[in-house]
Structures are given as C-alpha cells and as structure tokens.
Design a protein around this ligand. Sequence first.
Ligand code: B3K
Ligand code: ZN
Length: 879
Amino acid sequence: MRAEDPRPVRLVDYRPSDFLIDEVHLDVKLDPTATRVTARLKMRPNPEGDASAALALDGDELTLISAAIDGVTLAADALDVSPASLRIANPPRGPFELEIVTEIDPTANTRLMGLYRSNASYCTQCEAEGFRRITYFLDRPDVLATYTTRIEGPTDETPLLLSNGNLVETGDAGDGRRFAVWHDPHPKPSYLFALVAGDLGVVEDEFVTMGGRTVALKVFVEHGKEDRASHAMESIKASMRWDEQAFGREYDLDVFMVVAVSHFNMGAMENKGLNVFNDKYVLASPETATDGDYANIEAIIAHEYFHNWTGNRITCRDWFQLCLKEGLTVFRDQEFTSDMRSRPVKRIQDVRNLRALQFAEDAGPLAHPVRPEIYHEINNFYTPTVYEKGAEVIRMLKTWIGDAAFRAGMDLYFDRHDGEACTIEQFVACFAETSGRDMTQWMRWYGQAGTPDVEVTTSYDEAARTFTLEARQSTPPTPGQSTKKPVVIPLALGLVDPDGRDVDLVVDGAAAGPVFALQAETTRLVFEQVARRPIPSLFRGFSAPVKVTSDLTDDHLLFLAAYDSDPFNRWQAGQTVALRNLVASVAAVREGGEPIDEPRLADAIGRVFAPEETDCAYAAQVAALPSEGDVARELRSDVDPDQVHAARTALKAALRRRLAGPLAAAFERLAETGPYSPDAASAGRRALKFAALDFLAAGGEPDGVARAHALYRSAGNMTDRVMALQALSLHAGPEREDALDDFAARFGGDPLLMDKWFVIQASAPLPGTLDRVQTLMGSPAFDIGNPNRVRSLIGAFGSSNPTQFNRPDGAGYDFVAGVALELNATNPQVAARLLGAFRTWRALEPTRRGKAEQALRRIAEAPRLSPDVADIVRRALAA
Ligand code: B3K
Ligand code: ZN
C-alpha cells in the first residue's frame, strides 16, 4: 500500500515524533547500480509522543531487502512497506534496535538527492528530504542521532571514503575492496548526513583553534585541479578565525573537509564536518575565475562553515523554521564579508540583490512569509525571502536592540540551545531577555509576507526651530493575507544641514536616536533646536527592508549624494534620482516621445570617474545605474520590458556623450599593471574600469566597442576577459562573434568556463538570442543532466534577460516552460527553480501577461508533474 500523500504540511500540525533514534550505524556497500545500505537504528519511544503509535518511517523510491527488530527478521505481515514508507504497526514500547537493509541505484539517481554519482565519484545530498532516499528513516530535523558510518567500495575506483565526524578506522575489505569507518559524536538530524567516495585530489592545511586544538583541513577536488583550491582553503581558515573572534564559536571535530563536485542542485551543503560544494564555488585561479567568483567562494565557504553552529549544533525543529538557520547564517556571512572587504560596498551589493530577488518575490504570486505556515514541497522554500529577508530581520533586530543586547542574545542562544532543534520563538526569546523588549509585534516580521511601504513627509518650523517627520507604513496584500498589521521598523536617521553636517538629534529636550522604531501605522517625530531646514537622510545603511517614498526633491537627493556622511545613503540618493528619471523616461517612451534627459546625473556619476576617487569598489557601485528589473518593480504593473530597456539604454548613451573624456581617461588609468590579485581593492579597480567601459560602449559606440575588443584580446586574467566579453556581447557585430569564438576555442574543454560563455550569450538583449540559446543546447559543451549547465544557459535566459525572455510573441516563455517540463521528470528541483523566471509575470503588460499565463497553464496541464513543479505553477497561477 502506498502511504497517503502527506501534502500539504502545516506549521500548526507540528507534533513531536512518536519515536526517537539515538544512534545510527550505517553500513554502505558501494556499487554503481546496486548499493546495499544496512542501517541499524537504536530507537525508543519518545516520552513526548503517542505511546500507542505505529512506527512510520519515511522513504522515497526505496527497495526494502529486509527488516529486523532486535535481531528477529520481521515477517511480511508485520510490515506495511512501499517505496515511500515503512510502517510497523506494533513496535516495542521500550528501547529496541531496528535493522533495515535497502538497495539503491546511485547511477540512476538523476534527481541528485540522496546518494548519486557525479562523474566517477559518489556523493550525497540529504537536505531537505534526501536521507529517505538512502534508507527508511524518521527523516525530520528534530530527530537527532549520533552516526557511525562504515563505507566499503572498490579500492581502484574509491580509494577515498568520507563521511561525517572523525575517522575511526580504514582497512582492506578483501576482493579488491577497502573500507573506512567514521564516527560523528555530535547528535544531528539526517539532513546533515553525508558520504563521499571516489578518487580525488586533496589540498591539506591545518588550523589551531582558540582553545589550542589542531584541526586538519582538507579540500578535495578532481585530480589536476589542486592548484585551483588554495583560495577555498584560505577562505576556510579566515572563516574559522572570524567565527571565533566575532561570535566566540570554535570548531568541534578533528577534521574539516570540503569536497567539490560537478553535479549539484545548489551552491553547497553544510553536512557536519564534510561540506559538499558545487565545484563552481571552490575552484579558482586568476586564469579561470573572475573577481566575482573569488568573492562568491569566500562567502559561500564562510556560509557553510558558519552553519556548524547556526544550523548544525543548533538546528531547526521543523522545516517551517528554516530561516532560523538560513536567515541567521546569511546574516553571519554578510558580516564576515563586510569585515574582510568593504562594509558599505557589501551592504550596497546585498541591498541590490535583495531588491532584485526578494522584493520581486514579495510583489508577485509566490510571496510568502519569512516563516511560511504551509508548504506542498519544502524544496521550493529555499527562497530569497527565507534567506535574504530572513537575514534582514536579524540585522534589524540588531539595529533595534543595539549591538550589546544582540551579542548577549546570541551568546544566550548558543548556551541555552546547543544540541537542540529549535523554533523562531526560542531564538527571539533570547533577545527579549537580553534587551528587555516585548517581542510580540516583532514576530510579525516572521509571519507577514510583503514588503512594507513607508511614506515620509517632512516640515520645518523656522520660528519654533523644529523639524517634523511623519512616517506612514502599510504592507500590501499578498496571497492568502489580505490585511496586514504594522510592523516594528527601525529607522536609522540623520538630519543633514545645508553645510552637509549631521545635526544633533534632540527630541523632548533630550538627545535621541539615531535609530527610531516606527511601530504604529503613523509615527510622528519632532526634532528640536534645528537651526536651519535640514535634509533628512532616511534609513541609513538600509536599516529596514522597506520601500521608501518621501517628499525629498531631486535637488535634495543630489545634495545627499554628494554630502551624506552615510555611504549607503550617498549611493542610494543617486540611485533614486536615476530611478525617477528612468521611470519618467518609460512614461515618455510609452507616449511615443523621447527619454527624459537629466544632466545633473552626469555630474554625480562623473565625480566617481575622477582621478581623485580612491575607493574604486564604492565608485563602481555609484556608477552602476538601477537595473531594468529595478525599473520594472518601480512601475509595479503593465510593464513593457522593451520600453524599460530603451529608457535605460538612452540614459547610458546620454551619460557617455556627456562624460566621454573622463570615462576614456578612467578606463586607461585603471588598466591592469602588475600581476593579478583578487583582493577587494584590486577587484574594485577592475569593477570601475568595467563601469567606464560599459558606458563607453553604450549603444554600440564604435570607439567603446573597439576598446572592449582590445581589452578582450589583451586580457591577462579571467576578470578582464569576461568583462570585455560581456561588454561586447551587448552589441551585434564582428567583434562580438570573434571574441565569443575565441573564448570557446580557448576554454571549450573546461565546463565551468563554458558556463560563463553560456551566461553571456543567454543574457544578451539581442533579437537572435533565443535561437542562439536553442542552438547552444545542442552544443557538445551543454549537458542537461548537469544543473550548472542548465542554470547558465536556460536559467540565465529566463532570469537575466528581460527583453528576450519576455518577447511579445511568447516564444521565450514557451522555451523555458518546455525545458522545465523536460527536467520535471529527471530533476524536479532544478525544473522548479527555472520557473522562478515567472515570478513577476502578473506585472507585465496584457499581451505578454497573456502569453506567460498560457505557458504556465500548459505546464499545469501536463501529465505526471512532480510536486516541485506542480507547487510552483499552482501558486503562480492562483488568482
Ligand atoms: N542548506 C543548504 C541548502 C539546501 C537546499 C535544499 N533544497 C545550503 C545552504 O543554505 O547553506
Ligand atoms: Zn545556508
């Protein structure tokens, strides 16, 4: 009998498990198509569960060979078994040992969940529900056990046998096979289990913890790629040191391992002591990786490492609490990067990313709270809302209660809950205690979806020398939540006087701020002793994930762009002026007119290309105009991506005309001189050089295109090469094709580098792009079984090419829908991810909206939809 479909799952239905597993003893005999897994589970009834309950274990596409309790094989009639579950009606009511033998086929596992093969290696991915594809289990995060894992495989194919914890024993198993036994003393949920076996190269180092323990560090990569692993290794050491210094957290095993694999559904996975990584986020050398790759590797290594405390030592009670580990760990990796590189630049990048992905999600049909209350497929909730908005909520908490109470709250959380599976309530309670604040209203950040709008109006009373600021908050309806309540919004505020200096903030006769909590629908703040009308600098450092509208004029904003002491808001002020201009231009283009000129923007942007500018990374952020997606979101509805593209292209061309001299000078001044170094300052210079090049080549200007082509031809590192190629790729012509051919000829043998080539072509806003993408799917470098290839070609087309994905004839939608349907059968998680391209379809103008809906309906009506794909299309189409 098949188990009843467990979906949907609701937070309110949470019940503790009826049984607990204290120890797991796994014995895995590797075979390409018939791997034998014997699991001996030391179990007992949970005192908090139902004492008369049956034992119901989860499975997924499993074949049972045998089951025994306390050494006695269970007869067929004592079991109710299917590939998806194993039920024992009358298990012992005291401690017992359950032994289960299953057989699995790693080679046939194209879903890349559970045990699968990547090239010649074996590896696992168990989060969220992959362990049940290895053996029948209580596959839920609140069942914590210690694991002892014996792995056996052919010595020639799998000389390397890895699992979680510390290595206990290795030896010859006879018959040309060897074995290894690993023991992980830290109780953990099944989703953190990992096994890797194969023939890999290794780079080794060590780290001495603050407590004086020496930890062996190992990074495993394909043979021949060891020279590309040193940046990952340095990043591990930096992460370990930082977590000790910033949070007092020490590593807790004898060894920490990272393995790079080619086939991976996401970025990386924090399995205890054995992080498995997408090779894209491990391998780097100046010739093969861009500055962006170096930064991503550092950040993702850090993120997975930080999970050792926030996720592994303290895990989630159930999957609704996912942000407990993900939002918090993103916050921690953001802080790490801020300390390693530039804090303002990191903040700007994170906010750009938040707006592009999370604000877009929040404004569309897939909007959901940071802690969802219902899911049909948990893998679809590893979202920008859970991760990035989840991190913003932590950041706001710190801003609101202050650094000291925040740090004390973190310490309390680690002390109190180490070794437990927790809820958001337990986490927040720690901060209520250390800050003395009532957290009732705060909890709305976790339960209420949607991006709050904050409308600010100001007035100045010259006679009374008071400045009044009124803020109104409202959150728009989202699916399933028609009305919203006010949330606690920390407003970090500055009042800038006409000389560009911050005014002292005085409220009710006393020094106040700079953070004010907006808790009611309308908050009025009256500042006293203000001698001259100031310009308010609102939400400094982006102190809350909200959309702000204010009565600030463009003149006020341009003043802030030049003088605000807060670097984030200097950047933001310029962006707001540019965004207003772009929105006005779209309206003009729509009426058949010309884009609106804004000469003052050229002054603001021109400043950052001047020779005096020393913070190039920051300058590059100032120079980068709001994206087409930013403009589309600002329009909110009836979006025509061609008009948006036209407006933005026109603004770029206008800036080039005004700034041609300074741009060319900056481009030349920033040319690479010494050997490549990936450090933040050098990367910043390259970013600014690229910003100059992007303007110089705007509109296909021959001089700019020639410069890009020359840079491509002379590039001495991958960053210059990719930047030049990207600038060329926007403009049809012989230079573009020459560079693309050259890139393929040079790097055709390296799949990760061909991914860059795919992304660049798939993102080009040119009419032939869809044909090109379809042709490239047939090229030898493409492989639909590898998620990196799919994301680089089809994913980039769907999510980074507004004009071509949204072709008015609907061909872009049909194409992405078709690929998603193809992948639905083989890798549902990747298929569902691709459909993220449709997250804003309702905001389109009617013709495109109609075509997008048709494509979604075609998927919805297709037979045999996976839960992953069915869930996304159902929510995307729900009215
Ligand atoms: N925890 C993993 C993500 C697992 C995704 C499962 N669909 C990586 C991370 O967030 O660190
Ligand atoms: Zn994570």
